[in-house]
Each structure stands twice: as structure tokens, then as C-alpha cells.
Design a protein. Structure first.
Length: 213
């Protein structure tokens, strides 16, 4: 097999994988945590063994869907963090971007973070094993942005990571509670969370020569 054939096969496999993930997305949007491998295979017009061939098991499919949605969310968060606005406004925009994303697609959020709510067996896959890395990835990404934009002194790298993971944990916990109970508007939650952050973050100086956070 020559290089062109291998390249064509790889492109075909990538395209087929995208099609299967789009089918999985449609089922998740409809069924939420109750989405099953059987339903996803039926939506894609294939048998369950073929779906397993592409993703290995439910954990593999979950990880692929999680990466797909996390990549999109991180792109939106980066855009909010780099928007031309005052720091407080950018903080609020970033918080609102996360909350708007889980509000717009609550079934996807619940599938990723609370799959057991579907009342079905999780088909042998450990939810925490897959969901925890999503939050860690977001925490590291935010830590990188904070470290690049703020002058936090000699221990700045460690502090940026503490803040990054702490802010993501806060957004996740508060957003999870808010999405379930809706005790206030999204705007009210954003303002309240921004108020909580508005301590040392507000007082930290921007790095010379770089964009401010």
C-alpha cells in the first residue's frame, strides 16, 4: 500500500469517526445520561460491535465525546479571557461562557458528568476515571493563561496552578448546583462568583510587555 492510499484510508477513518460522534451527539441531546451504545449504534445505522470497533467500549466513546466538547469549550473560554475589556468584565465573561455552555446543552453536560442519572448500568466504565481529567485539563489551561498574564511573584507558577484549578472547581461545583436548582439567574450567579474572586486577583499586576488578564 502506497502513501496516498494510507492517507486516503486515514481520512476516510477520520470522517467516519466524526460521523459516529455526530450520531452520538444527537442521541445524547435527546436522551442525556440515558444514552446507550445500542441507541447510538442505531442512530448511526450500524451494529453495536462496529461501534465498539471504532471506540473500544463505552469509556472510549465517552472520552472521544468529552474531548470534542471540551475542545470547543476551551476555545470559547480562551476567547473570553482574551477579549478587549477590563479585567473584571473579562472574568465575568469567562464565567458566563462556561455557564452558558452547560445551560445551552444540559443533556450533554449531564451525560459527561452524571451518566448514572440515566438509570442504566454504566457498562463497566468508571465515570470518575473519565470526568476528572476533563476538569484537570481545564484547570491547567486556565493556570497557563493566568501565569502568562499576571505577575504573581517568585512562586507565580505554583500560585497560577492553584488559582486555575480552584477557579475551575468553583465554576464546576457552582454550575452543577445552579443547573440542577436554578436558584437565581445566570447573570446573578456570574456576578456573585466574580465578587468571590475579586480579591487578590484584582490587585495582581499585569506582566510587563504582555496582555493583561
Amino acid at each position: 500500500m502506497d502513501t496516498t492510499q494510507r492517507t486516503d484510508q486515514a481520512r476516510s477513518a477520520d470522517r467516519r469517526r466524526r460521523e459516529l460522534l455526530e450520531a452520538a451527539d444527537r442521541v445524547v441531546l435527546r436522551d442525556g445520561p440515558g444514552a446507550s451504545m445500542n441507541a447510538i449504534a442505531a442512530e448511526a445505522g450500524i451494529t453495536k460491535p462496529i461501534l465498539y470497533r471504532h471506540f473500544g467500549d463505552k469509556g472510549g466513546l465517552y472520552a472521544a465525546l468529552a474531548k470534542r466538547h471540551t475542545d470547543a469549550l476551551l476555545d470559547s473560554l480562551r476567547a473570553a479571557l482574551d477579549a478587549p475589556a477590563e479585567r473584571r468584565e473579562r472574568v465575568e465573561q469567562t464565567l458566563d461562557t462556561y455557564l452558558a455552555a452547560i445551560e445551552a446543552r444540559p443533556q450533554v453536560y449531564r451525560f459527561l458528568m452524571h451518566p448514572s442519572e440515566g438509570g442504566q448500568q454504566t457498562e463497566g466504565f468508571d465515570v470518575g476515571k473519565h470526568s476528572a481529567p476533563l476538569l484537570r485539563r481545564m484547570g491547567e489551561e486556565l493556570a497557563h493563561v493566568i501565569g502568562d498574564r499576571l505577575d504573581l511573584g517568585p512562586a507565580g507558577e505554583q500560585l497560577a496552578r492553584v488559582w486555575g484549578h480552584g477557579i475551575v472547581g468553583m465554576m464546576h461545583a457552582a454550575g452543577d448546583w445552579w443547573l440542577g436548582e436554578r436558584p437565581c439567574t445566570r447573570a446573578e450567579l456570574v456576578r456573585s462568583l466574580a465578587d468571590l474572586l475579586w480579591g487578590r486577583l484584582a490587585a495582581a499586576g499585569d506582566k510587563v510587555g504582555g496582555p493583561g488578564f
